[in-house]
Design a protein around this ligand. Structure first.
Ligand code: UGA
Length: 428
């Protein structure tokens, strides 16, 4: 298709990826954000998000003149074919999504947008928001379309350019087709549906993933009790392609900026609609319990009392491949351990000591967490932890015990170094 003029409001990882990738696909993109310092940095093609390939795309877009960054709600919006909303929708009152940023953008752009412009909602919004946005704009010459994103942090560019699906929700077929054509270059299957269904696809997907993980985390607890191995169980399950092998790795609990927020928001929608959703409630409760279970394991590993126990922590981000600490189960475990009186020394390749202020000691090399430790806890699956010199670590610790919540470490090597290894979902 011919190059379109696209505005993206919000330069978080979703908005910035959307802007940079549409520029890559040949469109002319202006990306806006209220954070003026961020806009200034992005205009110099300086990207601080930890997203492989994103900085290169931004640099290319800026250099080739297809991508610009401007602060606030700029007049440039009066000259665009599409405006994508990619502003945050954090958890608000009672677990529901807080839509104030979305509403604010709609109110401020209402009189600016040119006739025929399509407003595309990329932010994760509860069912009914696209219809409400249409009413809020109050202009029959504008279309509003839902187009949820499914990007994973750490894979955002790859997921945008090679998506498993594109979902477009609209009550107006022509506008849906215009949005669809923006994704022509990706070759992805496209689901065109009503806006309520599209909005729900997003929540339904994230909540299903969370449910899968809570299921597997509980199953791993059962494995430990009955002398079974969770890896073998999930391998056997995953070969059934109705189940699938992805998202079956146990861990310290699921976290991040999306799954926790979206599970709470869907539960809040269900409650408001008087639909009892015990499965979703249990999914969330199980995750809270999973974090506590890790703390209990560490307590048992250090001999029953955490007060005064030195503990080494490997990994703080909510998963590997990102620098994001939001709703990180690793941070929650660390917090609970500290609250119980443990003295923590932590290392994460994406969390330099000066980024953290609090009761933990954050160090800048992984081996430093071992010194005097009664236990080492692996909370994030950074591959480099598997490569550590475990024999050297064993010489530094007070007691050679490791709680590996991600089943990341090479068991034989670590045990040969003298460690007792406690792995989630494994016998013994
Ligand atoms: C998630 C979804 O996967 C994306 O499709 C969605 O677009 C995104 O939320 C969003 O709504 O923006 P993300 O937050 O990047 O992406 O995180 P995931 O990769 O889904 O991981 C979520 C949590 O599950 C992490 O804490 C991770 O460690 C945990 N996890 C994942 C496991 O414990 N085991 C697994 O097998 C997989």
């Amino acid at each position: 298709m011919a190059a379109q003029r696209i505005a993206v409001v919000g330069a978080g990882y979703v908005g910035l990826t959307t802007a940079a990738c549409f520029a890559r696909l040949g469109h002319r993109v202006v990306c806006t954000d209220i954070d003026e310092a961020k806009v200034a940095a992005l205009s110099r093609a300086e990207v601080d998000a930890h997203e492989p390939g994103l900085a290169e795309l931004v640099e290319q877009g800026v250099r080739e003149g297809r991508l610009r960054f401007v602060p606030g709600i700029p007049v440039e919006l009066s000259d665009v074919d599409f405006v994508f909303l990619a502003v945050p929708t954090p958890t608000g009152k009672d677990g529901a999504a807080d839509l104030s940023a979305v509403e604010d953008v709609l109110t401020r752009t209402r009189d600016l947008l040119p006739p025929g412009c399509v407003v595309v909602i990329k932010s994760t919004v509860p069912v009914g928001t696209t219809a409400r946005a249409r009413r809020l704009l109050g202009r029959s010459d504008l279309a509003v379309v839902a187009n949820p994103e499914f990007l994973r942090e750490g894979h955002a560019v790859e997921d945008f350019l090679h998506p498993q699906r594109v979902v477009i929700g609209s009550e107006d077929e022509a506008s849906a087709q215009r949005v669809r054509s923006l994704y022509d270059g990706t070759g992805a299957p496209v689901v065109v549906t009503g806006s309520a269904s599209a909005e729900l696809v997003k929540y339904a997907s994230n909540c299903f993933l969370a449910m899968k993980l809570s299921y597997v985390n509980t199953l791993s607890e059962l494995c430990e009790r009955v002398d079974a191995d969770i890896d073998d169980v999930t391998e056997g399950m995953g070969l059934d392609d109705r189940i699938g092998s992805a998202f079956l790795a146990p861990g310290p609990g699921w976290g991040g900026s999306c799954l926790p927020k979206d599970t709470r928001a869907l539960l809040s929608t269900s409650d408001a609609m008087r639909v009892d959703f015990p499965l979703l409630r249990a999914t969330i409760d199980t995750n809270t319990r999973q974090v506590r279970r890790v703390v209990d394991k560490v307590r048992a590993a250090v001999g029953g009392t955490l007060a005064g126990a030195r503990i080494g922590v490997l990994g703080l981000t909510f998963k590997a491949g990102t620098d994001d600490l939001r709703d990180s189960p690793a941070m929650t475990v660390a917090h609970l351990l500290t609250r119980a009186g443990a003295e923590l020394t932590a290392y994460d390749p994406c969390v330099p000591p000066d980024r953290y202020s609090g009761p933990m000691r954050v160090v800048d090399a992984a081996h430093l967490v071992a010194k005097g430790a009664r236990a080492i806890v692996v909370l994030t699956e950074w591959p480099e932890f598997a490569e550590l010199d475990w024999a050297r670590m064993a010489e530094e610790v007070w007691q050679p015990v490791i709680v590996d919540t991600r089943d990341l470490l090479p068991a034989k090597k670590v045990q040969a170094a003298g460690f007792r290894l406690i792995v989630t979902g494994k016998p013994g």
